[in-house]
Design a binder for this molecule. Structure first.
Ligand code: 13P
Ligand code: SF4
Length: 356
């Protein structure tokens, strides 16, 4: 539906009144009505860098989800405030790893004598507390755009017979290890935080290289191998492009796999007449279809699949956040505890120092 013209005018007026004092970041899964007011858009890696690149803006309004706003707070200076227009914009995947569970898992690894050979690699989609855990244990953060480099670095750090504890997305961990690094599927085991010792026997733990936390994205987990096969049957020459949070069996048969930014760039570079089915969040797929009408762009699954938490940031919330700033009130600030931020920053800086 078209945006309420009154709200559009109010958002415009508030942004104009704030001028350079506010910098609005928009993740690619945001609604069109919100993207319209973003100063920059990006995947989670680009947005983390973009947030850090505006030290003179006192307010960063983050149109995305909670873990992204936390990361922006950690990477920006103390004098800057990050605002999340709706605090209910979380991420169900990030919620699948609680810091107490991760600390318990690490104790199990210590008891099993493998912790000293284990390097944590933590997906950006995680709480600041888990990023801090990662920093304290010599690991790195990664996003879907640098997971290959991050995992290569971590395996090298772990050394011969070493292991990576990859959290919280088992699919990104598995897909990166097998598809990008050519590793064997048998080297991967799933660590179930609800079972003693992750549900693994000592032998399974000893022989594994990749300890994959049992987490997944509820949106990307819905794409199926059958949907890919159906698209290939129904659309001649179709190209399948998916996000690496999809299940391994889906990623294995896709033509292209990448972060949201990579999906956009790949489609933008394709010739007119290219036919795509896209396995990622629906706001982005719809925007791509509108932006590149000379290609044919369809959603990989027929059933609607927005990320419900990304969608919580809507124009009314954005207007409320911006108008409050105009009135000198900061609503929904995201402030990470200093001690947590210090170690989370170590892990984020490690990611930013990776080559490429
Ligand atoms: P990107 O880093 O590819 O934008 O992904 C973030 C995300 O949450 C995907 O579900
Ligand atoms: Fe989290 Fe999935 Fe939504 Fe991304 S799409 S924010 S991983 S729930």
């Amino acid at each position: 539906a078209p945006s309420d013209p009154d709200l559009v005018a109010r958002a415009r007026a508030a942004k104009e009144a704030l001028g350079d004092k506010v910098f609005v970041l928009g993740h690619h899964y945001q609604r069109d009505e919100v993207i319209e007011f973003a100063d920059v858009t990006g995947d989670s890696f680009k947005l983390a860098k973009d947030a850090a690149a505006r030290p003179d803006a006192p307010y960063i309004v983050f149109c995305g989800v909670h873990f992204m706003a936390e990361s922006a707070d950690i990477l920006t200076s103390d004098s800057q405030t990050v605002v999340l227009p709706d605090l209910a914009a979380g991420c169900s995947m990030a919620d699948m790893a609680a810091i107490a569970q991760v600390e318990d898992a690490w104790e199990d690894l210590v008891a099993a004598g493998v912790a000293e050979r284990t390097v944590p690699v933590t997906y950006m989609n995680s709480s600041a507390a888990i990023k801090a855990f990662t920093g304290r244990h010599g690991g790195t953060i990664c996003t879907s755009s640098n997971a290959k480099t991050a995992l290569t670095w971590a395996l090298d750090q772990a050394g011969d017979g070493g292991k990576v504890l990859f959290l919280p997305d088992q699919h990104l961990g598995r897909n990166t290890y097998v598809r990008d690094l050519g590793g064997a599927l048998e080297d991967c085991v799933v660590w179930d935080p609800h079972r003693p010792n992750g549900g693994l026997t000592p032998e399974e733990l000893e022989s594994a290289t990749m300890l994959l936390w049992r987490g997944h994205c509820s949106v990307h987990g819905r794409f199926t191998l059958e949907a890919v096969e159906q698209a290939r049957r129904e659309i001649p020459d179709v190209k399948v492009i998916v996000h690496p949070e999809c299940r391994h069996e889906v990623v294995e048969v896709a033509d292209e796999v990448g972060s949201t930014e990579k999906i956009i760039k790949t489609i933008a570079a394709a010739p007119a007449g290219t036919k795509w089915v896209v396995g990622t969040e629906l706001n982005l797929v719809k925007r791509l279809a509108a932006q590149f009408p000379e290609q044919s762009i369809a959603f990989l699954e027929k059933n609607v699949c927005y990320c419900s938490t990304m969608n919580r940031i809507d124009l009314p919330h954005l207007v409320w956040a911006l108008e409050s700033l105009v009135e000198g009130r900061v609503v929904n600030p995201i402030r990470v505890d200093d001690e947590v931020a210090r170690y989370a920053r170590v892990a984020l800086d490690q990611m930013l120092a990776l080559p490429g």
